[in-house]
Write a protein that binds this ligand. Structure first.
Ligand code: HDE
Length: 682
């Protein structure tokens, strides 16, 4: 297996060259290079006396420490990132002159940061929320940032409403509660009074909002952008990332428990996968609409609260991104990376989506406060890999040492350089869209339909997915204290599906709405997660093992796991080595106190001939939790005792057997399915 491959020296690392330092083995010095003789005692007047002001080493060390934090991102504060590479499958030159897409096999280094949106930097990761999916392509023509989410739509249509949305969604201002959650009055008050949010709220109540892993979710650029080809021809484009592991989610009860048992659940999963060489992969897909077809659809293609259903505008897969290297330093890279939807390259341009237009202002502005000034592009993680020159100078934290006397344009002293580059030679020149109109604060009528696509989302869900949505609404609204807010929201969602809103109304104790909008029955099968890829690869199985376990049979199952890329951990009562019935030794990875069933995709109960009361109790709990969360359960030998006479035994995804050959295949198949929704749980 590949282990955290180092790719120093090649293009992937160029943006960091010259900035990395390995401090171990070196002398300790101050920041001025002075060797330090003692780092354990502050300078005092006598060994029981007061500390002296003159202790410059103490003051330097403490001052640096006092300033170690920078303001966290106002949204997307909690994130985790990795390096990788994008490879184009084919030339897209007929659509775009972007170099990184115009040649088959062309490779471009990337840096991707995943995030939750609402919570603070230290908040839990398995909360109900959208996930940020921001990609920086270090192209030869400059950095291109695709700053997307794991949901293809957004709450609002115009950027001017973003501060209102975020104020409503963040913890309430009087008591700073709740952390990292939309389940409170101000958020739902915003929803009910800003009904353009309906489609996004359906996504937020769905399983997409609690992804099993950053590796198992899709990404979306959300807005319409433009591709421009060499001939200057434009096409509208939407960007989609498709995980090669498929889209998979947690169940809500599990997600809440994980937030306590392991608040780092998603980042650990990504970090460990990359360390093991199981590199996450996402294919890039584009949806293309010709300029002349702009008004051909029953939604406005510039409205960020709408998808372009892929049944109407197919997704063309154009390349693959592989994340293959963890960061060396979280702060220097993940915390200081600065994304911006306005970081584009020739061949990619904007549309007039009013949400996108506002973002083009916001991202530089936010970096100024977060990263302390206008030179954040010089931080190693943000530097382009191609040369960059201009007449910008000075400012806080300037690192470049510009030589020479000329810092203006036009000039004769430097032969009029740095000189602009013509479009033909690669200079960026905006698409000359014709724009005409009165100056108005208004929105196009074509943005008015807030419910058709929300209803299409609901209609496209499978039965279990619909049940999860009803439960999610009932949880979230049940947390609202104001009954009037609960009522306004169920009335609003009666326009999406009357039965759905009536069920929610019953659960949260408000009068059920009697009518809603009557909308065309449209579906988009691609919206359901039941149509995603399923594979046992990288699933994590918790194996319950006790002394004298049947080692021959276990070995056979473990070999099959290895072959299929299934991961496992041995769980027992105490740490150390366990001996099997014929002497095989197994190292215990976790104990009942260090881990929990919610942290596994499947449980395999092997047990052993003699288990004590505590083991029996924990084993039963592991199986019961896994059962309630619809997870695959395998039980052989003594492990089967836990399922004896139990109603669980003949339920879908519960595999028990004396015959190991049938067992292994059936268990692997159950693991591949991920969750067994037709199991009788409630
Ligand atoms: Fe952002 N958003 N956003 N956003 N956004 C930020 O920039 C903003 C929107 C997204 O990992 C901020 O550097 C406005 C949509 C991601 O570093 C800030 C509007 C989408 C990230 C900001 C939006 C996103 C951010 C905060 C409405 C999906 C994290 C810190 C017009 C397409 C990037 C920062 C990272 C971060 C503003 C809406 C995605 C304040 C004004 C829609 C993935 O600039």
């Amino acid at each position: 297996m590949k282990k955290n491959p180092k790719v120093d020296g090649n293009s992937k690392n160029r943006q960091l060259d010259g900035f990395r330092t390995e401090d171990s083995g070196e002398d300790l010095t101050t920041n001025q290079g002075l060797k330090v003789a003692d780092d354990e005692h502050s300078l005092k007047a006598g060994d029981r006396g007061p500390t002296l002001m003159e202790d410059f080493h103490f003051r330097e060390k403490m001052t640096h420490f006092d300033h170690e934090r920078i303001p966290e991102r106002v949204v997307h504060a909690r994130g985790f990132a990795a390096h990788g590479e994008f490879e184009a499958y084919e030339s897209l030159a007929h659509l775009t002159k972007a170099g990184f897409l115009s040649e088959k096999g062309k490779k471009t280094p990337v840096f991707v940061r995943f995030s939750t949106v609402v919570g603070s930097r230290g908040s839990g990761e398995t909360v109900r929320d959208a996930r940020g999916f921001a990609t920086k392509f270090y192209t030869e023509e400059g950095n291109y940032d695709l700053v997307g989410n794991n949901m293809p739509v957004f709450f609002i249509q115009d950027a001017i409403k973003f501060p209102d949305l975020v104020h409503a969604l963040k913890p309430e201002p009087h008591n700073e509660m709740p952390q990292a959650a939309g389940a409170h009055d101000t958020f739902w008050d915003f929803v009910a009074n800003n009904q353009e949010s309906a489609n996004m709220v359906m996504w937020l109540m769905s399983d997409r909002a609690i992804p099993r892993s950053f590796r198992m979710m899709d990404g979306f650029g959300v807005h319409a952008f433009r591709f421009i080809n060499e001939a200057g021809q434009a096409h509208f484009v939407k960007f989609n990332w498709k995980s090669t592991l498929g889209v998979h989610s947690l169940v809500w009860d599990e997600a809440q428990k994980i937030a306590g048992k392991d608040p780092d659940f998603n980042r650990k999963d990504l970090y460990e996968a990359i360390e093991k060489g199981d590199f996450p992969e996402y294919e890039l897909g584009v949806q293309i609409i010709a300029e002349e077809d702009e008004h051909k659809f029953d939604f406005d293609i510039l409205d960020a609260t709408k998808i372009w259903p892929q049944e109407e505008v197919p997704i063309q897969i154009v390349g693959k991104m592989t994340l293959n290297r963890n960061v060396d330093n979280y702060f220097a890279e993940t915390e200081q990376v600065a994304f911006h939807p306005g970081h584009v390259v020739p061949g990619i341009d904007f549309s007039n989506d009013p949400l996108l237009q506002g973002r083009l202002f916001s991202y530089t502005d936010t970096q100024l406060i977060r990263l302390g000034g206008p030179n954040f592009h010089e931080l190693p993680i943000n530097r382009p890999v191609c040369p960059f020159h201009n007449n910008q100078r000075d400012g806080s934290n300037r690192m470049t040492i510009n030589k020479g006397q000329v810092a203006y344009h036009n000039n004769s002293l430097a032969n009029n350089t740095p000189a602009p580059v013509s479009e033909a030679d690669g200079g960026y020149s905006p698409y000359q869209e014709k724009v005409e109109g009165r100056k108005v604060r208004a929105r196009s009528k074509s943005f008015d339909d807030h419910f058709s696509q929300a209803a299409m989302f609901w209609n496209s869900m499978s039965d279990p997915e619909q049940k999860h949505i009803v439960k999610a609404f009932s949880f979230e609204l049940g947390k609202c204290k104001e009954i009037s807010i609960r009522k306004q929201v169920v009335d609003m969602f009666a326009n999406v599906d009357l039965k759905m809103s009536q069920e929610v109304a019953k659960n949260i104790g408000v009068e059920a709405p009697m009518s809603g909008a009557s909308l065309p029955e449209k579906t988009s099968p691609a919206l359901s997660q039941t149509n995603t890829i399923t594979t046992p690869m990288t699933r994590k199985v918790g194996i319950l093992l006790a002394p004298n376990f049947n080692d021959k049979d276990l070995k056979q199952v473990l070999e099959a796991f290895k072959e299929k890329g299934v991961h496992y951990e041995i769980i027992s009562e105490t740490q150390g080595i366990l001996k099997g019935s014929t002497g095989t030794e197994m190292k215990v990875d976790e104990t009942f106190s260090t881990t929990d069933p919610v942290l596994y995709d499947a449980i395999y109960a092997v047990g052993g001939p003699v288990i004590n009361r505590k083991f029996a109790k924990e084993g039963a709990r592991y199986i019961a939790e896994a059962f309630d969360h619809y997870k695959p359960i395998g039980a052989t030998h003594e492990g089967m005792k836990w399922l004896h006479n139990s109603e669980m035994r003949n339920q879908p995804g519960v595999v028990t057997a004396e015959d190991m050959e049938n067992f292994t295949d059936a268990f692997l198949e159950a693991i591949r399915e991920h969750r067994h929704w037709n199991r009788k749980v409630d």
